[in-house]
Design a protein around this ligand. Structure first.
Ligand SMILES: Nc1ncnc2c1ncn2[C@@H]1O[C@H](COP(=O)(O)OP(=O)(O)OP(=O)(O)O)[C@@H](O)[C@H]1O
Length: 373
């Protein structure tokens, strides 16, 4: 593959997005620093940029919560470089309508516009990736893999569809006394779940195997003195034939599933286990150690994208070094530099919090949803 190109956001125009009534930002290739006190709109700008990747809020907010209070709709327009589309627009209104265009045309499916602007965001909230429930880490894996592999995205959608239907069939069967035909309606979804689930299991464990050594090395390079490890764990994670294993587990657990009206076996229950000196980082990691591990996961997310597509995602740094000591911060910045940072949007509350590596970034001040240079 030719040398990686860095995804470029050349200009961003926002209307009625969160507290931003109207703003236009122009960004040089190396990026910008957004400087502003708490609650002024820095994260809102990052959320708008990240929307161009996921076509939804990185904070998990509903589209209608992104619309400025009192306004009917929000609108994002971006001029892009080094990417398939040069221009992307997204609008969403309070009635739940959403319209996306790439170079002026609506893509056939919304998913065709995913990753219009690849980005990876680092924020203090990422600690939930480490300290939170397994669902957080599954979401991380799913996003990392779905945005770099159409086959994964396809399997994920089909798996989720089959899971919803099997769970609905379980509720139906239980409500009506588990008649044999209704139990058969539950079983009918199992081959699809096993087939698509096996694709997810194989891809996730291959990703974990490919990145485990890098997780350990980056953690050590940032300053972790105990060995850090990453491993994919799940009911079929070690199976030679995950499809056959998942099918057998679904059959075996059908009785229990009928009692609880939920599917218990499958990759929707798996986890990406992170350890420090063989102990679960969730339990033993200090706040700073958990923040470090989260930053390493974000670095791996960026590397995965670069390796799969040849495009370096934009780096969205939302006050990312809060709670980290100076040495760790300096090492992280050096590592980011080594990996090839691409374009950067850095948010900090004060100018003196811009690390020396980023003092060259053009500065914008953010106040009550307005952006000025
Ligand atoms: N839908 C909305 N309409 C209008 N204002 C909103 C909306 N959603 C959020 N806000 C406002 O946006 C502001 C928060 O902005 P943001 O999260 O970008 O802060 P920030 O500048 O990143 O601050 P911090 O440094 O604390 O993270 C709050 O004042 C909030 O009330």
């Amino acid at each position: 593959m030719s040398s990686p190109r860095s995804a470029q956001l050349r200009a961003l125009a926002l209307h009625d997005f969160r507290n931003i009534a109207a703003a236009r930002l122009e960004l040089p290739p190396e990026g910008i620093a957004l400087v502003g006190e708490n609650g002024q709109g820095k994260t809102n700008a990052i959320e708008a940029i990240a929307y161009l990747r996921m076509l939804r809020s990185m904070r998990g907010a509903r589209d209608r919560d992104l619309i400025r209070h009192g306004a009917p709709a929000f609108h994002i327009a971006a001029e892009l470089g080094n990417l398939p589309a040069m221009r992307a627009t997204i609008g969403a209104d309070r009635a739940g309508r959403k319209k996306v265009t790439l170079d002026g045309a609506e893509p056939e499916k919304l998913t065709d516009a995913l990753d219009a602007l690849p980005s990876v965001s680092f924020s203090p909230r990422d600690v939930d990736l480490i300290a939170g429930a397994p669902a957080e880490r599954r979401r991380y894996l799913d996003i990392t893999l779905a945005l770099t592999s159409p086959a994964y995205l396809h399997a994920l959608r089909r798996y989720r569809g089959a899971l919803l239907r099997r769970n609905a069939a379980l509720r139906d069967a239980t409500r009506k006394g588990a008649a044999r035909t209704l139990v058969a309606a539950v079983a009918a979804w199992e081959p699809a779940l096993a087939e698509q689930g096996a694709i997810l299991v194989r891809a996730r464990r291959a990703w974990a195997a490919a990145h485990a050594a890098r997780f350990t090395a980056l953690s050590a390079a940032i300053g972790e003195t105990q060995p850090a490890a990453l491993e994919y764990a799940g009911s079929a994670a070690d199976a030679d034939d995950p499809q056959a294993e998942l099918l057998a587990q679904l059959e075996r657990q059908r009785e229990q599933d009928l009692r609880r009206c939920l599917t218990h076996a499958g990759p929707h229950r798996d986890d990406l286990v992170l350890r420090l000196d063989a102990h679960d980082l969730r339990q033993v990691g200090s706040a700073g150690q958990q923040r470090t591990a989260a930053i390493v996961l974000r670095m791996l997310e960026s590397a995965t994208h670069r390796e799969a597509t040849g495009v370096i995602p934009a780096l969205l740094l939302d006050d990312p070094f809060a709670e980290l000591d100076r040495r760790r911060t300096a090492r992280i910045l050096a590592l980011l530099e080594e990996e090839g940072v691409g374009q950067c949007v850095l948010c900090v509350p004060r100018e003196d919090e811009i690390p020396s590596q980023f003092t060259r970034l053009q500065r914008w001040s953010v106040r009550a949803g307005t952006f000025t240079r």
